[in-house]
Write a protein that binds this ligand. Structure first.
Ligand code: UD1
Ligand code: MG
Length: 457
């Protein structure tokens, strides 16, 4: 698509059948709003100008990246009114592409195909069709004797629609190329139906004015699927996920049980990494090479290095460096930064803390707002008391420190390099490097206690 035409994406209206407070086109498919899938396909097909048609107050415009312009649909209902709202963006002498914001998996190759067909056939309108979907609810393509399109019969409401039209399997996917002037002239004259001005009502008027309407038929089911309710959304998500997993698999990632893996569009994974069953990878998560993630693990918006292993754990907005070992049953919260070769083990929670290279926190600990030095060993059941009821404070545990089990660090507090902490201590004062910090009541043994107690009548 040389010096690509303008692409309009219809994205207004709440989509009442979604039964949602979120506008339809913002519903995510593999973590990315539907509308952004469409915009990405338009860009990949070479579109220079992408204009989303939104309605003020619906909150869609506010969610768009800067390179997507918006046109506000303030008047009228229906896809025809939507396009008219973008009148200023339509070149009367050029080609304009119109895509639907609820048709997320449309392939960029098909967008290119629409434009090529439009030019070859010198059409005034070209539209993408398929006969491969259940046609229920879609606009049906009525073809003329020459194979061109005569009109589209909408079937969202079937009352009064003649049987012969309901028997047609070929449907309108909702992706079009138009001659700008022909489109605007037709839409301005189009009648309303059920209070809506339909974009599809422009077609017979374009034909009447002597313009050709070319169909461009595809067998690509995922590209064709429109989303009008959440059952449609599930179907689309399944297709998108399967395509993503296959692309990762071809790039060297193993999924022993792909049916149980959930993955977002932005996720990146290195070669030789294994994504075990029951794993969910969300947001712009990056996973290195030779890692093992899962089983039973969620990783969101995080960066995981090479050779890392994460078992049965939940990781969100954190960084894990090469070869570290996480879990089973660890919880890494925002700004946890786990050093290379470090270990964060069973029932350990880490938040806003830097764990040095090779440090170990193997069992039952909470480390929040802390800096743990390289090679330190934090014994079982250590807690950083980071919150005094009003403010958060940091704990610093130096390199190669060895803490005892059941230690509490009452922050702010610093333990110097190579120091030891006695088991069961509550550390409220700094411990110098190389010292032993111990704070617990001395033990007292009461001799003969059992005998005395058991002899009581
Ligand atoms: C539309 C087509 C139908 C096609 C189907 C494919 C019309 C009249 N019908 O029906 O032929 O088979 O898509 O999925 O076009 N929108 C606006 N402003 C509005 C109304 C809708 O921007 O006033 C946007 C919606 O956000 C949506 C798109 O246009 O992304 C399509 O609207 P929708 O109501 O879903 O039309 P369908 O009934 O699916
Ligand atoms: Mg729709």
């Amino acid at each position: 698509m040389a010096a690509g035409p303008t692409v309009l994406i219809m994205a207004a209206g709440h989509g009442t059948r979604m039964k949602s407070s979120l506008p339809k086109v913002l519903h995510p498919v593999c973590g990315r709003p539907m509308l952004l899938w469409v915009a990405a396909a338009a860009r990949a097909a070479g579109a220079e100008r992408v204009v989303a048609i939104t309605r003020p107050g619906e909150g869609v415009a506010e969610h768009l990246p800067e390179d997507i312009e918006t046109a506000e649909q303030t008047e009228g209902e229906g896809t025809g009114s939507a396009v008219l709202a973008a009148r200023e963006a339509i070149d009367r002498d050029g080609t304009v592409l119109v895509l639907s914001g609820d048709n997320p998996l449309i392939a960029s190759e098909l967008i290119e195909g629409i434009v090529a067909t439009h030019q070859e056939q010198q059409a005034k309108a070209t539209l993408l069709t398929t006969s491969r979907l259940d046609p229920t609810g879609y606009g049906r393509i009525v073809r003329g004797a020459d194979g061109g399109v005569e009109k589209i019969v909408e079937t969202k409401h079937t009352d009064g629609v003649p049987e012969e039209y309901l028997a047609i399997r070929e449907i309108n996917i909702g992706a079009y190329a138009f001659h700008g002037g022909a489109l605007l002239d037709a839409l301005d004259r189009a009648d309303e139906e059920r209070g809506e001005r339909y974009l599809t009502a422009a077609l017979p008027l374009i034909l009447e004015s002597g313009g050709r309407i070319a169909p461009f038929e595809t067998d690509d089911v995922s590209s064709a699927m429109g989303v009008n309710n959440r059952a449609d959304l599930m179907d689309v998500e399944r297709h998108a996920r399967s395509a993503l997993l296959r692309a990762h698999a071809r790039a060297g990632v193993s999924f022993p049980n792909p049916e149980t893996v959930t993955i977002d569009a932005e996720v990146e994974i290195g070669e030789d990494t294994v994504i075990e069953p029951g794993t969910t990878l969300r947001g712009p998560t990056v996973i290195g090479a030779g890692a093992t993630i899962g089983p039973g693990t969620t990783v969101e918006n995080s960066e995981i290095g090479d050779g890392v292993s994460v078992l049965h754990s939940y990781l969100t907005h954190c960084v894990v460096h090469d070869r570290a070992s996480i879990g089973p049953f660890a919880y890494l919260r925002p700004k946890a930064d786990i050093g290379a070769d470090a270990k964060v083990g069973t029932y350990v929670e880490v938040k806003n803390s830097v764990i040095g290279a090779g440090a170990k926190i193997p069992h039952l600990s909470y480390i929040g707002d802390a800096d743990v030095g390289e090679g330190a060993n934090v014994a079982a059941g250590n807690i950083t008391a980071n919150y005094d009821g009003r403010d958060k404070h940091r704990t610093t545990i130096g390199a190669r420190v060895r803490t005892g089990v059941n230690t509490s660090f009452v922050a702010p507090v610093t333990v110097g390099e190579g120091a030891y902490i006695g088991a069961g201590s509550v550390i409220v004062d700094d411990v110098p490097a190389g010292a032993l910090g111990i704070s617990r009541p001395e033990q007292k043994n009461v001799e003969g206690f059992a005998e005395r107690v058991e002899k009581k009548p």
